[in-house]
Design a protein around this ligand. Structure first.
Ligand code: PEP
Ligand code: MN
Length: 281
């Protein structure tokens, strides 16, 4: 890929480490037999939140069978309301870790507090920094001290440049294993939970060498839209997807309305298999 002039693309700040020119070939993060940012699209799946051992184990088995490589599940949930389910905390981390080793899936979970970074990093393979934390600079610097991949979600109202600067914070602290994740931004459109900004994918691929994932679950907020937008994201050049899956969405403690049923997820994965040649283009 030829040298990119970031200024000509409208970027105002210095992106010393996240810019494409830093690693023109693109960054690949090898992790337990999976290559994030490599040729194969990597699918992360699982419930929004870890609710119980049984729930996670069952869902993990289903998503693994369908071809997911990484299991997601929130233990610390940053909810809009203080009265909503806040996650199982450390018990959730333990369940996630046990389920990961039982199924052979890699694991990812969100960390929301600088004081928990070390704790969370002991239990999972990838730490997630959520949309609401994207500009928590202390948290960015803290995960920047780790030698573990960080999945950095785009802030709910953040520009692409602010998002890349957040990645720069993590990298400037020493951790270059950053995976960007587009999850939709807030716009004036009320019919979907967020507006999934697919423009960001090919643009980031020009601007940065970092792998880019897309979360069509939070990006749409509507189960039926998830497969279409997931496919669209891969066609746009995403390196992988993060998809919420729940065995009984109507009883989910969070985000059931946007979670695929395991059988819907399996069908979606079959579709992805059939689309593989298009994703490689
Ligand atoms: C999540 O992945 O469950 C989550 C809370 O995502 P976001 O930070 O994108 O809202
Ligand atoms: Mn969720």
């Amino acid at each position: 890929m030829e040298a990119i002039c970031l200024k000509s693309l409208g970027i105002k700040n210095d992106l010393r480490l996240a810019a494409r020119n830093f690693n023109p070939g693109g960054t690949i993060i090898p992790l337990g037999g999976v290559e994030i940012g490599g040729k194969e699209k990597v699918i992360i799946a699982g419930p929004c939140a870890v609710e119980s051992r049984e729930q996670l184990l069952e869902t993990a088995g289903e998503v693994k069978k369908a071809g997911a490589k990484i299991l997601r599940g929130g233990a610390f949930k940053p909810r809009s309301s203080p009265y909503s389910f806040q996650g199982l905390g450390i018990d959730g981390l333990k369940i996630l870790q046990e389920t990961g080793s039982e199924t052979g899936l890699l694991t990812v979970t969100e960390v929301i507090d600088t004081r928990d970074v070390e704790l969370v990093s002991r239990y999972v393979d990838i730490l997630q920094l959520g949309s609401r934390s994207m500009q928590n600079f202390q948290l960015l610097l803290e995960v920047g001290k780790l030698d573990k991949p960080v999945l950095l979600k785009r802030g709910i109202s953040s520009t692409i440049e602010e998002w890349l600067l957040a990645a720069e914070y993590i990298m400037s602290a020493g951790n270059h294993k950053v995976i960007l994740c587009e999850r939709g931004i807030r716009t004036f459109e009320p019919l979907t939970r967020n507006t999934l900004d697919l423009n960001a994918i090919p643009l980031i691929k020009k601007l940065s060498h970092l792998p880019v994932f897309v979360d069509p679950s939070h990006g749409t907020g509507i189960r039926d839209l998830v497969p279409s937008m997931g496919k669209a994201a891969l066609v746009a050049g995403a390196d992988g997807l993060m998809v919420e899956v729940h065995g009984e969405p109507s009883c989910a403690l969070s985000d059931g309305h946007q979670s695929l049923l395991p059988e819907e997820f399996a069908e979606f994965m079959e579709q992805l298999e059939r689309f593989q040649d298009i994703f490689m283009m």
